[in-house]
Design a protein around this ligand. Sequence first.
Ligand SMILES: Cc1cc2nc3c(=O)[nH]c(=O)nc-3n(C[C@H](O)[C@H](O)[C@H](O)COP(=O)(O)OP(=O)(O)OC[C@H]3O[C@@H](n4cnc5c(N)ncnc54)[C@H](O)[C@@H]3O)c2cc1C
Length: 211
Amino acid sequence: MKNVVINKNSEIAPGIYSISFKRDFDFIPGQVVKITTDDSVAPRMYSIASGAADPDIQLIYDIKPEGQLTNLLKSLRAGDKLLVSAPIGNFICKEGKAWWIATGTGIAPFYSMFRSGRKKDITLLHGIRKPENAFFRDELNALDGYYPCCSGKQTDGMFKGRVTDFLMHCETIPTDASFYLCGSAEMVVDVRDLLIERKVPFGNIYSEIYF
Ligand SMILES: Cc1cc2nc3c(=O)[nH]c(=O)nc-3n(C[C@H](O)[C@H](O)[C@H](O)COP(=O)(O)OP(=O)(O)OC[C@H]3O[C@@H](n4cnc5c(N)ncnc54)[C@H](O)[C@@H]3O)c2cc1C
C-alpha cells in the first residue's frame, strides 16, 4: 500500500461520495483497489470508477450506517492522504455483446468500462432506490441500452421497479451475451437465478459482490 494525496472528495448523491487522486498506475477497467486511512483500519476494496486513460483514479462509496472506513473517508479533504494498494481483480468485460447489471455504487466498474471506450452492444441496468442516485446518468445516456431502474418514485426516463422486475418484463434475453453483475449479494443471487431460468448459460454470468 502506498500513500496518495486526495484531489477531491465530495457527495455526488445523498449518502454517496466520490473520492479521487492522481493516477500513477495502469489498470484494467473492472479492477479494484484496497484503501484505508491509516494502518489502524483494515483496508476495504473499491472498484475503480474512472476510465483507464483518465488522469485521476475515481472511487465511489456509500456511507454504511456505523461503517468503520466509510465514516472516516467522508471527512477527508483535498490534500489529505489515503493508503492505496495496486489494482487487483479479474471482473473484466470480454469482447462482444454484454449486459452490465448493477445496484447502487456497483455501477462503478461499468462506468470505468464505459469511460474506457466500451459502448457498442452494451445493455446497462442500474438499480437505484431514488432517482437522484442515478449518478453518471447524463453521460451514460450515450449508451443505446441504458436503463436506470428506480424502485422508489416513478420518474420520467426510468423504469419503475428493481433490475429483477426489468428482466422479468424483457420479452427476450439474449442467451449468447455475457452478463456482468455487480453490487449487493441479494441482487446478484436473484439476477443469476432469473438469468439461468431464462436459459442463459451459467458460464456467461460473471459477478462481483460488494460485501
Ligand atoms: C470486490 C469489492 C469491491 C467493492 N467495491 C465497492 C465500491 O466501489 N463502492 C462501495 O461503496 N463499496 C464497495 N465495496 C464494499 C466495501 O469494500 C466496504 O465493505 C464498504 O464500503 C463498507 O465499509 P465500512 O468500513 O464503512 O463498513 P464496515 O465497518 O465494514 O461495516 C459494514 C456494515 O456492517 C455493519 N457491521 C460492522 N460490524 C458489525 C458487526 N460486528 N455486527 C453486525 N454488523 C456489523 C456496519 O454497521 C455496516 O453497516 C466493495 C467490496 C468488494 C468485496
